[in-house]
Write a protein that binds this ligand. Structure first.
Ligand SMILES: Cc1cc2nc3c(=O)[nH]c(=O)nc-3n(C[C@H](O)[C@H](O)[C@H](O)COP(=O)(O)OP(=O)(O)OC[C@H]3O[C@@H](n4cnc5c(N)ncnc54)[C@H](O)[C@@H]3O)c2cc1C
Length: 500
């Protein structure tokens, strides 16, 4: 294995850059700096993605050899080259989210750039455009600078029943409003965009399949997040602040933003798709699906990590309550574990049956990636329900931290918090605070929406799955067995899918 060519970027390097970026993030009617304390919990999560690869024991898990320069890089900057890379990516995501205590916030950029690599290559071959070389040059820069990027895909979308070109306001989907010699000008708005307030690069891709009238909406590019004309409206969610009972869960959180592109100029060296050539619309839709596919494969790593946390907390709650040997508790734990590990297994299958596309990028198997993401999304509320059932009501009703610190009520709480005799009152309190953060806080709301809709609502995975699945083959199996004219299948054909 090659050694690192230079020390990898540190959290301090990243923070340093956030401090000097131009102020275009706003919150609640005011401009807000990127290193404001409200973003600290989310920044802490991102920093785990910079720290883990610096640990020598993680060299294979968290780093990879760049296919462009051959240098050893943080795996979040990598374009996957083979099924092994996809499996390592899934393991990296699960490991990282366990440590971060939730979303590590870094997979979106990686997933977007992997998708862009395939779509630009295919488009150049289909239409004679020259975007793939632009992508490679950008990618080299991205790797050399070790940027933190995200993915701005979800358009504001206006009337859900109208296509982009049918909307009353054509800016409901981000579009090209001007093509110049030196670049393009774009306008529109993306919503629910992960780490928008603290990302360095915004990587923009289309959100849906497009039609022949929609070349102007076939637009993809990457720009510094503080580019002129970009306005980021931030939100932040984190577990409740603590005074004394410090714990890693209290240091993490999430931030998202609405990103408005108010006539933003993008130079050609950062444009991956512009609708300049007739027919780009087709590749716009392809790019949207490719990002979703890569992202759903990542979800097969992060969702099991979330369940690792939930199952761990549920098993501890049972132990602290002294009921860990009860059959109904064991059954609930088994159910939760099944959801996590089936999701993970689907991700592994998606990686093993990943396909190296003509440009060299290895793309996950869409059937398994969509099944895994859908299974996780559909089940997240039942995971939370399992944890709440096992924990009982205390996470939602625990007295405030100040009551534990108070010299009058503190000793009384120490007496009454005791349950299983071998667990201290302090550890009891710590566990119930963790479960409160996970299931009964402002942060819970964000987690639940993220688990259900992040990467696409479950129905979107069902649509993608049916599009890829070879239903005709299954009909032939049934026809053969029924004696209806058909060709029997006498050998294993592999986990094939339609679109690649
Ligand atoms: C916490 C969180 C983090 C996220 N992070 C990111 C991110 O980093 N980057 C990013 O790009 N996106 C991100 N998303 C956005 C996510 O991908 C979307 O929320 C998801 O794709 C659903 O889109 P929507 O919210 O616009 O809902 P909608 O598309 O409005 O869907 C709402 C409902 O309407 C139905 N519906 C929609 N259109 C139709 C139609 N034409 N016909 C019939 N039914 C329809 C859907 O099936 C669904 O049930 C994030 C979302 C969340 C909640």
């Amino acid at each position: 294995m090659s050694t690192l060519v230079k020390p990898m970027r540190t959290s301090e390097d990243y923070l340093e850059h956030l401090r000097v970026m131009k102020p275009n993030v706003r919150m609640n009617g005011e401009s807000i700096p990127r290193d404001h304390s409200v973003f600290k919990p989310a920044i802490n999560c991102v920093c785990t993605t910079l720290e883990l690869p610096r640990d020598p024991q993680n060299e294979e898990l968290m780093t990879a050899s760049s296919h462009i320069t051959g240098k050893r890089i943080n795996r979040y900057l990598h374009i996957h080259q083979n099924p092994h890379d996809l499996q390592m990516k899934q393991k990296m995501v699960r490991t990282n989210c366990r440590l971060a205590g939730g979303c590590m916030q870094r997979c979106m950029g990686m997933d977007a750039l992997n998708a862009v690599s395939v779509a630009t290559y295919e488009m150049d071959h289909g239409l004679g455009t020259k975007y793939y070389q632009t992508f490679l040059e950008y990618m080299q820069n991205y790797q050399e600078n070790e940027w933190i990027g995200n993915c701005a895909q979800t358009d504001i979308k206006g009337d859900r029943k109208a296509r982009p070109h049918q909307q009353m306001d054509p800016d409901a989907y981000v579009r090209v409003v001007e093509r110049r010699k030196d670049g393009i000008v774009v306008r529109g708005c993306k919503i629910c965009i992960g780490i928008a307030p603290i990302t360095e690069e915004l990587i923009v891709v289309p959100t849906r399949a497009l039609t022949k009238e929609e070349d102007d909406w076939a637009v993809s590019f990457a720009i510094p997040a503080d580019t002129k004309g970009v306005i980021i409206l931030a939100r932040s969610r984190a577990p409740k602040d603590r005074k004394a009972v410090k714990a890693p869960i209290a240091e993490i959180g999430d931030t998202l933003g609405m990103v408005i592109f108010d006539n933003v100029f993008v130079p050609w060296e950062r444009v991956f798709m512009s609708g300049a050539k007739k027919g780009e619309w087709e590749f716009g839709g392809r790019l949207a699906l490719l990002f979703a596919l890569n992202h759903r494969h990542s979800y097969c790593g992060c969702k099991p990590a979330m369940v690792d946390i939930i199952v761990g907390a549920a098993a501890l709650a049972a132990e602290y309550n002294g009921v860990e040997k009860s059959k109904h508790i064991e059954m609930k734990l088994a159910e939760m574990i099944s959801v996590a590990e089936l999701t993970f297994a689907a991700g592994v299958a998606s990686g093993v049956y990943g396909k190296v596309t003509p440009c060299g990028t290895c793309t996950p198997n869409p059937v398994y990636a969509n099944i895994g993401r859908r299974h996780a999304g559909e089940n997240i509320y039942s995971e939370d329900k399992g944890l709440a059932e096992i924990a009982g009501g205390i996470p939602a009703t625990l007295p405030m931290e100040g009551d534990f610190l108070d010299e009058y009520t503190g000793p009384l709480l120490k007496k009454y918090m005791k349950r299983a005799p071998h667990i201290s009152a302090e550890d009891q309190e710590r566990l119930w605070r963790l479960i409160a953060d996970l299931t009964s806080s402002d942060y819970t709301g964000l987690l639940q929406y993220a688990h259900l809709h992040g990467g696409g609502s479950p129905v979107m995975e069902a649509i993608a799955l049916l599009k890829e699945y070879d239903l005709e083959e299954r009909k032939n199996i049934a026809k053969y067995l029924a004696g209806i004219k058909s060709e029997p299948i006498r050998t294993w054909k592999g986990a094939e899918w339609k679109s690649l």
